[in-house]
Design a protein around this ligand. Structure first.
Ligand code: 5RP
Length: 231
C-alpha cells in the first residue's frame, strides 16, 4: 500500500468511527470516500453497524456501495441525512473547501447541504492558506453555455481549462450530462464568497466546487495521526 493510500484509509477509519446504527449516511465520491464506503460496508457485514441507509453522491459511489452491500436510499425517501463522509481537494483555515476534482461536485454539494453533519477526510497536505493555490476550482457548466461562460470566467481574470475524459480527447461529462471548466487562479482565490456570487450570477453555470461553510468536521491524516478540525 502506498503512503498516500495508507493516509486516506487512516482518515476514513477515523471518520467511520463517528457513525452509529440507524443513521442515514451520505456517501462521498473519490478515492478517500471509497475507503470510507468499504469500511462502512465491512462494519455492516460484521453487524457492528445496523439499519444504515446510504445516500450516494455519484453513480460511482452508488455502484461501489451497491457492490459492497450497503442498503441505498434516495433524498426523496430520506430528505435529511444524518452524516455525510466525503473527500476534499483543499481546505483553508476557515474550513472552507474546494471539491470536485472527481467531477461529482453537483451531487456532492446537494448531499452535503441536506446533511446535519458533513465530515470531510483526506491527507494533511490538502490544507492550504488560501483556496485555489493547490487545486483548480471545478465549475460545472451546461454544454450549450460552455463558450460564453469560458469568456465570462476569463474576464474575471481566471485561466480556464476544459476538463477532458480519460482518453484526453473528448470532453469530461458529469453524471448530469454537463461539462467541467477547471479554473486556475494566479494568486489563489482572494475572496471565495465574492467569487461564489459571481459564479451564481450566470445561468449555464450549474454548480461550482466551492464548499463554503458546509464542512462541520475536517479530518486530516498525516504520519503523526489524524487531526480533527471542527467548525
Ligand atoms: C470528487 C471529489 C473528491 O472528494 C475529491 O476530489 C477528493 O478525491 P480523492 O479522495 O480521490 O483525493 O470532490 O468530486
Amino acid at each position: 500500500m502506498t503512503n498516500t493510500q495508507a493516509l486516506k484509509e487512516k482518515a476514513a477509519h477515523y471518520a467511520v468511527q463517528q457513525l452509529v446504527s440507524g443513521m442515514v449516511v451520505g456517501l462521498g465520491t473519490g478515492s478517500t470516500a471509497e475507503c470510507a464506503i468499504r469500511l462502512l460496508a465491512q462494519q455492516i457485514r460484521q453487524g457492528i453497524l445496523t439499519d444504515i441507509v446510504g445516500i450516494p453522491s455519484s453513480a460511482a459511489a452508488a455502484h461501489l456501495a451497491h457492490k459492497e452491500g450497503i442498503p441505498l436510499g434516495t433524498l426523496t425517501e430520506y430528505p435529511e441525512i444524518d452524516v455525510t463522509i466525503d473527500g476534499l481537494d483543499e481546505v483553508d483555515p476557515q474550513l472552507n473547501l474546494i471539491k470536485g476534482l472527481g467531477g461529482a461536485l453537483l451531487r456532492e454539494k446537494i448531499v452535503a447541504t441536506f446533511s446535519r453533519r458533513v465530515i470531510v477526510i483526506g491527507e494533511a497536505n490538502k490544507r492550504v492558506d488560501r483556496l485555489g493555490t493547490r487545486s483548480p476550482l471545478p465549475v460545472e457548466v451546461i454544454p450549450m453555455a460552455l463558450w460564453p461562460i469560458t469568456l465570462y470566467l476569463q474576464d474575471l481574470g481566471i485561466t480556464v481549462v476544459q476538463r477532458l475524459a480519460q482518453d484526453q480527447k473528448t470532453p469530461f461529462v458529469t453524471d448530469e450530462g454537463n461539462n467541467i471548466l477547471d479554473c486556475y487562479f494566479a494568486n489563489g482565490i482572494v475572496d471565495p464568497y465574492a467569487l461564489e456570487l459571481a459564479l451564481r450570477s450566470r445561468p449555464g453555470i450549474v454548480e461550482n466546487g466551492l464548499f463554503l461553510g458546509i464542512a462541520s468536521d475536517v479530518m486530516l491524516a498525516s504520519e503523526l495521526g489524524v487531526e480533527h478540525l471542527r467548525r
